[in-house]
Design a protein around this ligand. Structure first.
Ligand code: PCA
Length: 198
């Protein structure tokens, strides 16, 4: 049986819940196709994220890595195409505010997702789930996690497929903040389709 590492995030900023945490908890331990899913929910903390993802990849030796994050305000499942070697913008849960630093001082400027992003987009749409390829994962924790996952796999000389998917807010957040939202069930369904089409 192959291993698929599925990650989500804890709540952050104005978002009091993170639907990716619930999705990860739902799929943790499940078998989908050839893969057993191992779930991890990470803190929104720049000083911890690189160590957490690299040690999980080294310990679990996953055959695929799928990182999930909330993109509050976006209204589709956004399959990220690229991660950039930069952190900038909002303050994390530990009070650190990035200011344009590189994630890896000697790393490449950008790293492309190695998931089958076009196939995932088609599979989601075929199941009537609104989805698109996104050309920016931002400069916050999600971009950092995607970059470090891809960079670590590359530096280890492996070809493990890895990439990042942003999901919309769920209805509890949507109602509180007046942003576009989906039901948690629909978000979970989308994640299930992704996991079934890797
Ligand atoms: N979304 C944030 C970080 C954690 C999360 O779920 C992001 O898009 O960077």
């Amino acid at each position: 049986m192959k291993t698929l590492l599925l990650t989500g995030f804890e709540p952050f900023l104005q978002f009091r819940e993170n639907p990716t945490a619930a999705a990860v908890k739902m799929f943790d331990g499940e078998v989908i196709g050839d893969y057993r899913i191992t779930g991890r929910v990470y803190p929104v903390a720049f000083d911890q994220i690189n160590e957490l993802i690299t040690s999980d990849i080294d310990a679990l030796k996953p055959d695929v890595v799928v990182n999930l994050g909330l993109a509050g305000g976006r209204h589709t499942i956004d399959i990220e195409r690229i991660a950039i070697n930069c952190i900038d913008g909002r303050t994390d849960n530990e009070g650190f505010t990035p200011d344009g630093e590189k994630i890896d001082a000697s790393g490449p400027d950008g790293l492309f997702s190695t998931l089958p992003i076009k196939r995932l987009e088609k599979a989601l749409k075929a199941n009537h789930v609104p989805a698109r390829i996104s050309n920016s994962a931002g400069t916050y924790l999600c971009n950092n996690l995607m970059y470090t996952s891809l960079n670590h796999i590359r530096q280890s000389g492996k070809s493990t497929p890895a990439g990042f998917i942003h999901v919309p807010a769920h209805h509890e957040i949507g109602t509180e903040l007046n942003v576009s939202s989906w039901s948690q069930d629909d978000i979970n369904k989308a994640v299930g389709i992704i996991l079934g089409n890797i």
